[in-house]
Design a protein around this ligand. Structure first.
Ligand SMILES: Cc1cc2nc3c(=O)[nH]c(=O)nc-3n(C[C@H](O)[C@H](O)[C@H](O)COP(=O)(O)OP(=O)(O)OC[C@H]3O[C@@H](n4cnc5c(N)ncnc54)[C@H](O)[C@@H]3O)c2cc1C
Length: 479
């Protein structure tokens, strides 16, 4: 067994790991990066980028198929599935290439290939070839799709999002299990590309929405276009030739079986903390197996171990993985002088159409304290001028503000171009702006942001009316 002594060992070369590496090196530490899988990051290989490439193709198809109300007739739209997947993979490989170039540029002495496992608080064994003794360790192991036990060992027709971006052509039919962000994005894209698609959800939740009013609006809007079966359990599946016979049970207990070419498991992702020997670290862990850590420093307890990116499951998103990695790497490099790093206002977008977006404090977290100390403003996009001009007048925005201070707290929405609205609003959260200050900002005409202004005016008025005037039902979505 080879032996290696370093200041900092980083497990994983995804976004969090690579950012941690650069930050630890900047502190002058000797660092080793350990990777068991392919280089190139989840985001570039099988995550953010290829999913958006597939969605872009789906949007192109949708625009052509839905132009008739404008008096524009595209004729018969032909979707060449092989060409669609070719572009997805070609562009994906380009993005991956840039990441791999970055890995290649790091010295070979700073890289180890193999699966890392703790054998003690400061020791890792990489496969069976190297023992690494490290002063500090950053866990940046990412996450993997959750696998449903009912769908284990069925056959090649059961796939995850990791497989989709290696398809050579579009399938005939897909059942998507899960209405989280990934399930909805891929389900809608496949459906718009002409794939017979059914989404199946155990409960009633949609993407990251926690506000019951926005949830109702989202359910209505998405059901107009997509075949979604809520409150439905997967019972089991059988591979039959090149199809899967999928059996589900609906809310009334009725079982039905239908055949699909693929069943896509998109029922969430699980942090990769379960087979890395955390039991040898002495760290306290939560019921999910994740060590307790400080979200400002990424430090696990008072230890020399840091955890970043999807592995800590705080906000399993790309920009947060990068922020986590920078903070963890910086602190691992400067340890024991551990410092809080920059944390930004939360923002999360599902690239469905309409987009779904949340930012700042969400409805559920605001309600968690018991008696609500916040007011709500809202706008429906149904009659919003510019949205109607573009025939994208669907959805709802709800904004939250604090009584007394009148500070803007956050928002949830489904609506046209919500990815952009969410950015503007998240900047206001981070700047701790009041609702009145936000209303002093410029609003052009005619733009979708005028809808945001309507919601903020409503919020300002409700804040003035006083505590207890909120109109939302206190029901929890997802049940
Ligand atoms: C389909 C999909 C779409 C997405 N879309 C978006 C989006 O639009 N916007 C957004 O912000 N986020 C999106 N995400 C989430 C985003 O991709 C992740 O949050 C981010 O890539 C996580 O980065 P990471 O560094 O934590 O993990 P990763 O990039 O997964 O890196 C972890 C690395 O650790 C390695 N590893 C694991 N265990 C070990 C071990 N024991 N030893 C050695 N190496 C190990 C793995 O092989 C992997 O290379 C999407 C994700 C998916 C799956």
């Amino acid at each position: 067994m080879n032996k290696l002594d370093v200041d900092v060992a980083i497990i994983g070369t995804g976004t969090a790991g690579m950012t941690a590496y650069r930050a630890a090196k900047a502190q002058g530490a000797s660092v080793v990066l350990i990777e068991s899988g392919p280089y190139g990051t989840t985001c570039a290989r099988v995550g953010c980028m290829p999913s958006k490439l597939l969605i872009a193709a789906a949007e192109a198809a949708h625009v052509m198929q839905s132009s008739a109300p404008f008096g524009v007739h595209a004729g018969e739209v032909r979707i060449d599935g092989r060409a669609v997947m070719d572009r997805v993979k070609r562009e994906r490989d380009r993005f991956v290439g840039f990441v791999v170039e970055g890995v290649d540029a790091t010295p070979d002495t700073d890289k180890l290939r193999g699966h890392a496992r703790f054998t003690g608080p400061r020791t890792l064994v990489v496969d069976d070839h190297t023992e690494v003794c490290a002063g500090r360790i950053v866990i940046a192991t990412g996450s993997t799709p959750t696998r449903l036990p009912q769908l284990e060992n069925v056959g090649p027709g059961i796939v995850t999002s990791d497989d989709v971006f290696y398809w050579d052509e579009l399938p005939r039919s897909v059942a998507v299990i899960g209405t989280g962000v990934i399930g909805l994005e891929l389900g809608q894209a496949l459906s718009r590309l002409g794939v017979r698609t059914r989404l199946i959800a155990r409960g009633g939740s949609i993407a990251q929405i926690t506000d019951p009013e926005v949830l109702r609006a989202a359910s209505r809007v998405l059901n107009e276009e997509l075949d979604i079966q809520f409150q439905t359990e997967v019972v089991g599946a059988v591979q039959d030739g090149d199809e899967v016979a999928l059996t589900v049970r609906d809310a009334l207990g009725k079982e039905s079986t239908e055949r699909f070419q693929f069943v896509l498991m998109a029922a969430g992702r699980r942090p990769n903390v379960h087979d890395i020997g955390l039991e040898h670290t002495g760290l306290e862990r939560g019921p999910d197996g994740i060590p307790h850590f400080d979200t400002r420093t990424m430090q696990c307890g008072n230890s020399h171990i840091f955890i970043a990116g999807d592995a800590n499951n705080e906000r399993p998103l790309l920009h947060d993985a990068a922020d986590h990695g920078k903070i963890a790497g910086d602190n691992a490099g400067r340890y024991p002088d551990v410092r809080p790093g920059l944390r930004r206002a939360a923002i999360s977008v599902a690239f469905t159409e309409p987009n779904i977006a949340t930012l700042g404090a969400n409805y559920r977290s605001l309600c968690a304290g018991g008696k609500r100390k916040f007011a709500i403003g809202m706008v429906s996009f149904a009659n919003q001028g510019r949205s109607r001009v573009m025939l994208q007048n669907k959805g709802m925005l709800r904004v939250y503000g604090e009584y007394g201070t009148r500070q803007f707290l956050g928002a949830e929405m489904i609506g046209p171009r919500a990815e952009h609205l969410a950015h503007t609003l998240s900047w206001a959260v981070q700047l701790c702006m009041t609702v009145d200050q936000m209303l002093e900002m410029p609003f052009y005409h005619p733009v979708i942001e005028e809808g945001v202004r309507t919601a903020l005016r409503d919020l300002a008025s409700n804040l003035t009316k006083g505590e207890g005037e909120t109109d939302a039902a206190d029901t929890e979505p997802g049940t």
